[in-house]
Ligand binder design. Sequence first.
Ligand code: F6R
Length: 612
Amino acid sequence: MCGIVGYLGKNQAAPILLDGLSKLEYRGYDSAGIVVRDGENQAEVVKAKGKLINLSEKTNNGLDVKGNCGIGHTRWATHGEPSEVNAHPHVSDDMNVVAVHNGIIENYQELKEKLTKKGYSFYSQTDTEILTKLIDYYYKKYQIGPIDAIAKTMVRVRGSYAVAVMFHDYPNEIYVARKDSPMILGINDGDCFLASDVPAILKYTRDVYYIDNLEMARLHNGQIDFYNLDGDIVPKETSEIKWDAAAAEKGGYEHFMMKEIHEQPRIIAETFNSVCKDDKIDLSSVGLTTEEIEKISSIYIVACGSAYHVGVSAQYIIEDLVKVPVRVELASEFRYRKPMLTENDFVIAISQSGETEDTKKAVVLANELGANTLAIVNVVGSSIAREAGNVFYTLAGPEISVATTKAYSAQLIAIYSIAVEFGRVKGTIDEAKYKYYIDEIKAIPDKVEKIIESKDRIQWIANKFAYSHDVFFIGRGLDYSICMEGSLKMKEISYIHSEAYAAGELKHGPIALIDDGILVVSCLTQEDLYEKTTSNMTEVKARGAILLAITTYGHYNIEDNVDYVTYIPKADEHFMPSLAVIPMQLMGYYLSVARGIDVDKPKNLAKSVTVE
Ligand code: F6R
C-alpha cells in the first residue's frame, strides 16, 4: 500500500521517479507526488490528486522539474482523504525536512500533541506529516545529523514504516528507514535507487540491497551505507534480481491482468520444474529435510485473500494425499485467537507479495510458539520469506495487476508439490501413484493454455452479464474452494456483488436471495460430487436462476439443465483448481472491461496490504 521511489545520480531525477511510480501504481493510486532537488537549490515539491497521469501532466512528464536527486510517492489513503494536500511528500514548516512514507504511525495522535506543544502546526490529516516534523524536531533540538535524528524518531514512533527523507542541509543525499514495510535499494554505475518493490527499479539496476527492520540507509555519491539504531555502520552485500525487466511491462496486452493470465502455463511449468528434477520432487531448496517432513503431525495454513483460497484448496488436497489434518485460517484471525501449536505442527504461510502484514505476523507468532514454518512467497527477500524457517519461492515474476492470477496459479503448484512429496515421505503415496501425480502436474500447463485459447467464449458470456447485480458461485469440496476465488475475482475487478457458497449450504439461507435472472456459476470438477452439485443447481434453476456450469469435457448431458457451459480439460481431480480457475479469471477480466473499469487498478484496493 503506497509506493515509494527515490533516485540520486547523474540523470534528471523526475522522469525516473515518474517511471518508477508508474510501476508501483498498483500499490496506490489516489494521489501522487515528487520532490526533486537541483544541487543546493530549494527542493521543489509537486503533487496531484488522482492517478499518476495527473502528476505526469502537471510536470510535463517530469521534464519541468530539474535536479538529480529526488523521491516520489503514490498513495493509498490511510490517514486523511485522498487530496492534494494529503498527498506525499510532506514537509516540515521551513522545508528543512521532506519525506515520503509507506505504512502507519500508530501513536500519531500523541506525537501530534507533543509537536503542537513545541510550536509545530499541521496542514494535512496525515501521519506522515507528523513523522516528517518529528524528524525535524529531533534534528534541530539535538543539533544532530540526519541518521541520529531519524534514529531518535524511530525509537519514538510505533507502527510500520518505510520512509525516504531529504534534508535541506544535505543536498545530494537521501536517507531511508524501515520497519515492517517493504523497501529495497539498488545501485548501478554511480546511480542510487530506492523503491517499495522491484519493478520500479528493474529497468535501471538488478543489484539490490535488502534493508532490515529498524535499519537506516544513506544514499550519497553513488554509494549506499547502512546503519543500525545506534548509528553504527551495518555491512551489506548486494543481491542480484533475476527477474526480467520486460516482465514488468505490458508486452502488447491491453492490461497487465490479461498478460499475467497468459503467462500462467509458463509460470506453472517453471515453478514445478524448480522443485522437480528427473521426475522426482526435491524440497531441499525449500529447506525441508525428510526428517522434518516425517515429524509433521498437523498442518496449519495461514494467508489472506486469494492466497487464503489456495489454502482452502490445499486443505482438501493435503488431507487427502498425506492423511494429516490440515486447518486453514485467515491470517488476521489466526493471529488473535491464541492458536495452540506444538513443535510437530507445521505452519504454511502463503503470500504473493511476502509483505502482507497479517500473514507476516502469523508467521512470527507460529515461530514464537515453536512450530516449523514454511512460506510460499513470490518476492525474493520479502519480509515473510525472511521470517519463515523455510521458503518455497513461486516463480511467477512480478505481478502488477492488483487482482492476482499467475501468483495464485503458482501457489497451487507449490501446494501440489508439497502434498505429493509429503505423501511419498509419509508413505501415503506409493511409487506408481507418485509417478502418476508428477505426470499429471507436468500436463497442467498445456491444459491451461487450451483454456486460455478458447477465451472468446468467456468474453461472449461475460458481455451478456455485464450489468448483473448479484452473482453466486456454487460448488462442493475442491470446487467450493475454486468458487471462492472465482467470486473474489469477479467482485474485486467488476464491482458486481458476488458470493461463493458450498453448494450444500445454499438451502440453509442463501437460497432466499435467488431470484429471476440471477446468474449462478457452478463448478463441477469432482466426480463424486457431480450429482450432488447438479441437484443443487436444479434447486436454484427452479427459482429462476440462470446457470453457467464449468465442468470437464465429457459431461455433455449437463447442457440439458443449464443455460451456458464452459468445458475444461480433465486432470487428476486434486489438480483441477489450476484449470477451473482460468475461466473464472477470464470472466472477472471481461466483465471488468465490459463495465469500463480500470482492470489493473480497481478502486479501494492495493496490491500489497502492509497494514492490519
Ligand atoms: C486478490 C488478491 C488479494 C491477495 C491478498 C494477499 O486478487 O490479490 O486478495 O491475494 O491481498 O496478498 P499476498 O498474497 O501478497 O499476501
